[in-house]
Design a protein around this ligand. Structure first.
Ligand code: F6P
Length: 328
C-alpha cells in the first residue's frame, strides 16, 4: 500500500514556458478541491535543496492564469545532479511533510524526478512544459502553442520590411534540438525555406531553391532556421554564405531569441495546462508515480517518465512537403 498523500509539492524547472502559471494554478486548486495541502518550491530542484518553499492556497494563485513565466521561478540545478544535493532535497521535503511532487518542465526535469524516485521512492508526476514541444508522450507541451503564435506574429512583422526593401531574411527561432517551432511557424508564416535539425537539406539545395524563387518573380523571401539546425553553419554564417553566392539578394538576419518564451499564454496553453494540472494531482492521489501526464489524440493520457525521457517525439515531415508545394 502506498502512503496516503496529504501534501503535494509543485515546482517549475528548466526553461520557463507560457502556461506554467496556469498549470500551477490548476494543481493548487485541485489540491484544495481534494483537501490536500500544496507547497510551492521556488527555482526547481535548487529551491528543493535550499528548502525554499511557500504554502499555496486556492487564493494564492488568483490572477495568474494569464501570466507568462512562472511565479515559482525556474532554474537548472547542477547540485541536484549530485547524491549530496539530492540528499539535502529529500531532507527538506520530509521536514516539510511533503509526500509527493508535481514537476513541470522538460527532459532534464523528468530525469531528476526519476533518479530521485529510484533513490528515495518519492512519488513524482511530470507535466511537459517547454516551448520546444520535444517531449515524447504528448502531442503538445505547455507553452508551445503560445510560442508558435508569438513567432508567427514576429515573422509577419519582419515580412513587412522584407517586402518593402526586397530583402531575404533569415529568421532564427528557438529549438536547440528540435524543429517543431521552425517547421510549424515556417508553414504558418509562409516561409520560403525551413531549416530544422531533423533534416539536413544541404546548402546546395537551399541556394537552388532561392535562385528558383528569384526566377519565379519573388522580390523578397523569408527562411526560418531552427537554432539547432545541422546544416553546418550558424545563422549568420549561413546568411553570409548565401549573400556571397547569390549576389542578387540583399540579406538580413533576425534572431528572435527569448521573446519567444515570454508573453501571456494562448487559450490552448491555458486549457492544456489546466487539464494536465488537475490530472497530475488525481494521479498522485490514486497512488500513481513516475508518470508524465500528456495530451495524446485529443485526450489526457499518461506515459512512464522513463519513456518520456528516452523516447523521441518525431516531427511531421509531411509539413516539409506541404511547405515545398505552397511556396512555389
Ligand atoms: O528548452 C527551451 C529553450 O528555449 C531552447 O529552445 C533554447 O535553446 C533554450 O531553451 C535556451 O535556454 P536558456 O534560456 O538557458 O538560454
Amino acid at each position: 500500500m502506498s502512503k496516503k498523500i496529504k501534501k503535494i509539492g509543485v515546482m517549475t524547472s528548466g526553461g520557463d514556458a507560457p502556461g506554467m502559471n496556469a498549470a500551477i494554478r490548476a494543481i493548487v486548486r485541485a489540491c484544495s478541491y481534494y483537501n490536500v495541502e500544496c507547497v510551492g518550491i521556488y527555482r526547481g530542484y535548487q529551491g528543493m535543496i535550499e528548502g525554499d518553499f511557500v504554502k499555496l492556497t486556492a487564493r494564492s494563485v488568483h490572477n495568474i492564469i494569464n501570466k507568462g513565466g512562472t511565479i515559482l521561478k525556474s532554474a537548472r540545478s547542477k547540485e541536484f545532479r549530485t547524491k549530496e544535493g539530492r540528499a539535502k532535497a529529500y531532507k527538506n521535503l520530509t521536514a516539510a511533510n511533503i509526500d509527493a511532487l508535481v514537476l513541470i518542465g522538460g527532459d532534464g526535469t523528468f530525469t531528476g524526478g526519476m533518479v530521485f524516485n529510484s533513490e528515495y521512492n518519492f512519488p513524482c508526476i511530470g507535466i511537459p512544459g517547454t516551448i520546444d514541444n520535444d517531449i515524447f508522450g504528448t502531442n503538445y507541451t505547455v507553452g508551445y502553442d503560445t510560442a508558435l503564435n508569438t513567432v508567427v506574429e514576429a515573422i509577419d512583422k519582419i515580412r513587412d520590411t522584407a517586402s518593402s526593401h526586397n530583402r531575404l531574411f533569415f529568421v532564427e527561432v528557438m529549438g536547440r534540438d528540435a524543429g517543431f517551432i521552425a517547421l510549424n511557424t515556417g508553414v504558418g508564416a509562409g516561409a520560403e525555406e525551413i531549416l530544422i535539425p531533423e533534416e539536413d537539406l544541404g546548402l546546395d539545395r537551399l541556394l537552388e531553391s532561392l535562385k528558383r524563387s528569384k526566377r519565379s518573380g519573388k522580390s523578397s523571401s523569408i527562411v526560418v532556421v531552427a537554432e539547432g539546425d545541422k546544416i553546418g553553419k550558424n545563422v549568420f554564417e549561413l546568411a553570409n554564405y548565401v549573400e556571397e553566392n547569390l549576389q542578387q539578394y540583399e540579406v538580413r538576419v533576425s534572431v528572435l531569441g527569448h521573446m519567444q518564451r515570454g508573453g501571456s499564454p494562448s487559450c490552448f496553453d491555458r486549457v492544456l495546462a489546466s487539464r494536465l494540472g488537475v490530472k497530475a494531482v488525481e494521479l498522485l492521489l490514486d497512488g500513481e508515480k513516475n508518470l508524465m501526464v500528456g495530451f495524446i489524440n485529443n485526450k489526457v493520457d499518461t506515459t512512464d517518465l522513463e519513456k518520456a525521457v528516452k523516447g523521441h517525439h518525431t516531427i511531421n515531415k509531411e509539413l516539409l512537403r506541404v511547405s515545398d508545394i505552397i511556396t512555389m
